[in-house]
Design a protein around this ligand. Sequence first.
Ligand code: GLN
Length: 466
Amino acid sequence: TQYFLDRIEAGKHWNAYLDVSAHLSLDQASKADKIIASGKAGKLTGIPVAHKDVFVTRGWKSTAASKMLEGYQSPFDATVVSNLGIPDELNPNGAGMVCLGKTNMDEFAMGSSNENSAYGPVLNPWNSEYVAGGSSGGSAAAVAAGLAPIATGTDTGGSIRQPAAFCGLTGIKPSYGRVSRYGMIAYASSLDQAGPMGKTAEDCALLLSAMSSHDPRDSTSLADSGEDYGRYLTQSWIKDSANSAKPLEGLRVGLPKEFFAEGLALEVANAVNAAAKALQQLGAELIEVSLPKTKLSIPVYYVLAPAEASSNLSRFDGVRYGHRANEYRDLSDMYKKSRTEGFGAEVKRRILVGTYVLCHGYYDAYYLQAQKIRRIIAADFQAAFEKCDVILGPVAPDVAWRLGEKSKDPVQMYLEDIYTLSTNLAGLPAMSVPCGFNTSNLPIGMQLIGNYFSEARLLQVAHQYQ
Ligand code: GLN
């Protein structure tokens, strides 16, 4: 813990952390030491972890990188935080990990570059002139720069996978419902899902196993969410297969033709194709599949996510939660000034879009239409999974971009999410796995998508590849 606290101090320029309290971390570390001394240590006891600032935590501030929640202290821990934390009366089953602090992010998890944080952008540790990706950019930079061994993130439309790809990490967004959303500051509740970001699939499997649980406080939490996601890691795809040189024999990898079409950078396409060849060498069979509605995932997501966000963010009114303006004439002036001052530009844009698509006259044309296409997108995946076991593609159309390069044009930024949004719309598990570098030495990530509840199998494929 002390080693990582020193690294965090020396690595402040990346802007990966929003709140660090060394005494709290060291206090947890000494509790972990006692658990170890008593012989009751689990696999993760005493290992430090960094939490995205979207998870509320006792002790550390919880702001979701917004001025709206500046200085906010939660009286309770998110389920993810307590599942991973030091056991106490409130959470006797905590994994015993030590919290290193809270990581920077796009405000309320809205963004793809971490430039929407009210506390400044995160710099990419591979090249500080480039973005770290978003919205879990702080978690990604923290792990990539060695300021944490592993971190938590959330993924509503790519926010674990894309920063992991931009920073050369492995990350997994589990099936919707695997990990409790209790205490996770809500963005778009039907899409939000938490997951681990680490160096390897093995690390992610360990963290995910401890993070996930059935939680009666989240009505969308799955009843059976308590697996060992690492159970297949070292096995071959076909159990007890004799061919040890081809551990992935029997695995059918689907390559969606829409993921390799126009708009994909050549260097990314080459790296992902090389990864496909590597899987083939391990025994997998490559099959072309089709996800015909891929392009529509952008308009569908950017109707549904803002719609849900506009509703979720109504609680930040300066009364129930959030910043309150100093001077105001009456109640409605107070709401108006508080929200004007507290929210950043992108958050305001999404609230406006969300209330617009939900309003009476437009509901059928936008919101309802988007919900219908969402169902078709989910059905397209099921058709693809008749032909293959996992889907392979890029995480993003290109590597990280230069800071500021896409900030002026929000639509330009939204288009970067083309390969990640559809899995959230369908609720499927998907992961990001490093698969090389471009000529400027920036990391490239490949994406593996599985059918519902196939996390352990996805991690197995990633592990065999790594
Ligand atoms: N980039 C997407 C957005 O801005 C996804 C963000 C996320 O997954 N939290 O909404």
